[in-house]
Design a protein around this ligand. Structure first.
Ligand SMILES: Cc1ncc(COP(=O)(O)O)c(C=O)c1O
Length: 314
């Protein structure tokens, strides 16, 4: 019987590898899973007030389908957060999704036609390439100098063709940890504007920075066509609850997307309603758990670096 080549080409190596690991485990081998970076699986938890908000929503019978774009209170709280970071957005420009992953899929579905090219900073978080490929597009990696987190602007310019439709910024980045400076963001935006590209910006690690300074895209984007992706899996320690969002910047060039992306949100009905109340609490409630969590991660980072150095010497 027929299958779609689109899906046959999809891969996500860091999760796909568990299929082989499970086979070895069945044969009695001991496996230590280091493939997924998920602090929530290793001792970090959402704060009690956030857990309570989830339980309270369930007990208050908020177990029905949510509005497709998300509940109004949460969209408002998200818009306030992103406005504080500088983005020109409003609650009507927010779509709540089942994680950044779903938002990314909706965006690529709305932008990419077969043969279209999308620029991604390398080395990249794999789903960016997978979703571009799923819709028939071609992911094109641009270089970033990892010694100083600086994108190679000449490389970006040289890789833009008549088929390029969008450029992605992921800052802070997974897997490299690169954090783009205000100047780098501005330079990339200038290139994107000159070439009429959508700017897709992933800020899921916006509050998880160590020695670098995080600058939100909103600080420099003005009214350029920026679509921001963000979520609650990392900073808010809610990875297993699957919640994130898309935020549109106030740009006329995004008007068609503003109409089309919600169509996809309606087709998949809605994201999880009780979790939306927990996300609301995580934005409105005390924020002191975030610096504590980041400082614990910093200790782990130091330990990894020390171990790495020791291993390099022996
Ligand atoms: C850069 C980046 N974006 C998105 C995601 C996935 O986000 P979510 O859990 O909201 O789908 C990850 C997860 O590792 C990530 O590193």
């Amino acid at each position: 019987m027929k299958i779609s080549q689109r899906v046959a080409g999809v891969e996500y190596a860091i999760r796909d590898i568990t299929l082989s690991a499970k086979k070895l485990e069945k044969q009695g081998q001991k496996i230590t899973y280091l493939n997924i970076g998920d602090p929530v699986a290793y001792g970090f938890q959402p704060p009690e007030n956030v857990k309570d908000a989830l339980i309270k929503a369930i007990k208050n019978n908020q177990n029905y389908y949510a509005p497709s774009e998300g509940i109004q209170e949460l969209r408002q709280a998200i818009a306030e957060k992103e406005k504080r970071k500088g983005l020109l957005t409003t609650e009507d420009d927010i779509i709540v999704t089942n994680g950044v992953s779903e938002g990314l899929e909706m965006l690529m579905a709305s932008i990419v036609e077969p043969g279209d090219e999308v620029l991604i900073p390398g080395p990249y978080y794999p789903p960016y390439a997978s979703y571009v490929r799923l819709f028939g597009g071609i992911p094109v990696e641009f270089g970033v100098d990892l010694n100083n987190s600086t994108p190679d602007l000449d490389d970006v310019k040289s890789k833009i063709t008549s088929k390029t439709v969008a450029i992605c910024f992921i800052s802070p980045n997974n897997p490299t940890g690169a954090v783009f400076s205000e100047k780098s963001l501005k330079d990339l935006i200038d290139i994107a504007i000159k070439n009429d590209l959508y700017i897709i910006c992933d800020e899921i690690y916006d509050q998880i920075v160590f020695d670098e300074k995080f600058v939100g895209i909103g600080k420099v984007s003005g009214d350029s066509p920026v679509i921001l992706l963000n979520g609650f899996s990392k900073v808010h320690l809610m990875s297993g609850w699957r919640i994130g969002y898309i935020a549109f910047n106030d740009s006329k060039k995004l008007d068609i997307l503003r109409e089309n992306v919600p169509k996809l949100a309606r087709v998949r009905i809605a994201s999880n309603l009780p979790v939306q109340y927990a996300a609301l609490e995580s934005l409105r409630g005390p924020q002191d758990y975030i610096p504590k969590f980041v400082s614990e991660l910093k200790k782990t980072k130091r330990l990894c670096h020390q171990t790495n150095k020791r291993n390099a010497w022996t």
